[in-house]
Design a protein around this ligand. Structure first.
Ligand SMILES: C[S@@+](CC[C@H](N)C(=O)[O-])C[C@H]1O[C@@H](n2cnc3c(N)ncnc32)[C@H](O)[C@@H]1O
Length: 290
């Protein structure tokens, strides 16, 4: 910021935008504004309509630190510390993947398909921050969700999120590797299995944004070897974890929808795919016939 100028919200915001633009941050406008709003706890009009509002020195220092982190490509959501997902607030940090807006489609489809189930028991495989499990539990009158993840760090975050959203009584989080099969012995039979598993191929790592590849957990992103491995394993164990006529719903990556539908076609009926807001086939759901 220019020396001698009074530290008001307008000049601080301009400074933040310039720093981020200089560092090549694409969404420099949005990031600079979101970080300042978060620190000052202001709505958008509250920030923009009163640019001469004075700012305390400790808030200026805090803002400068956050701008410097964002300039190093730390994801905005990790700096703000939470995201709005479906209609719940999810705390997020480097322990787990940042919940994505396209995953809300998965929650929407599952809630719609389970509306006639009485007290459904749901399994969320690769629960991460617990976003799917918590959004489901918060939007059902009855029922329960078990979240499984290989990452103990992610599960701790999921438990914190369940407590923040008052759904501890309807959620349970278990450590386990879904690929090695041992966790299956500790699981019940569910009415619904939902999963947004790792589905990015290692070969795609060069096209990911630095925010993703440098800061989000690799175990959440990549399926080593075969990008469809998790779908194949989960479909294969369906008879052990899903009751007959139960619902299976997956989030899939770009171009994976048809193959995942094919993989499900011999043991599932009513197979449909659903598009996200970008028009990409993002969710596959079907009814188990086993
Ligand atoms: C794409 S992230 C999804 C996170 C969250 N459900 C969401 O939708 O944002 C995949 C999750 O699967 C977990 N995971 C990776 N390998 C696993 C395994 N072998 N068994 C269980 N969970 C695994 C990761 O730790 C990560 O939390």
């Amino acid at each position: 910021m220019t020396a001698g100028r009074s530290p008001d919200t307008g000049s601080l915001l301009d400074w933040g935008k310039k720093q981020l633009k200089k560092s090549g941050i694409e969404d420099f406008d949005f990031s600079a504004e979101a970080l300042l709003r978060n620190i000052l706890n202001l709505s958008r009009p509250g920030l923009l309509l009163n640019p001469e509002r004075p700012v305390d020195q400790n808030k200026i220092d805090e803002y400068k630190d956050l701008i410097s982190e964002r300039a190093k490509r730390v994801p905005l959501q990790y700096l703000i510390g939470y995201v709005e997902f479906y209609n719940v607030k999810i705390k997020c940090d480097r322990r787990a993947l940042i919940p994505r807006p396209e995953t809300e489609v998965l929650v929407e489809i599952v809630l719609e398909k389970l509306k006639d189930f009485k007290s459904p028991k749901i399994l969320d495989i690769g629960t991460g921050s617990g976003n799917i499990a918590i959004a489901l539990a918060s939007n059902m009158d009855t029922g329960s969700v078990v979240g499984v993840d290989i990452s103990e760090d992610a599960l701790n975050l999921a438990r914190e999120n369940a407590a923040e959203n008052n759904v501890q009584k309807h959620t349970k989080f278990l450590t386990g590797d879904i690929l090695d099969g041992k966790i299956i012995e500790d699981l019940d039979i569910f009415d619904c299995v939902v999963s947004n598993p790792p589905y990015v191929a290692e070969s795609e790592k060069d096209i990911l944004q630095p925010e993703v590849i440098e800061y989000e957990p690799r175990t959440a992103l990549f399926s080593s070897g075969d990008p469809l491995r998790f779908f194949k394993v989960i479909i294969g164990i369906a008879p052990k974890i899903l009751r007959s006529h139960g619902l299976m719903a997956f989030e899939v990556g770009l171009g994976q929808a048809e193959t995942v539908k094919d993989l499900m076609s011999s043991t599932f009926t009513d197979l449909y795919s659903y598009r996200d807001l970008s028009g990409i086939e993002r969710v596959i759901a079907g009814t188990f016939t086993g």
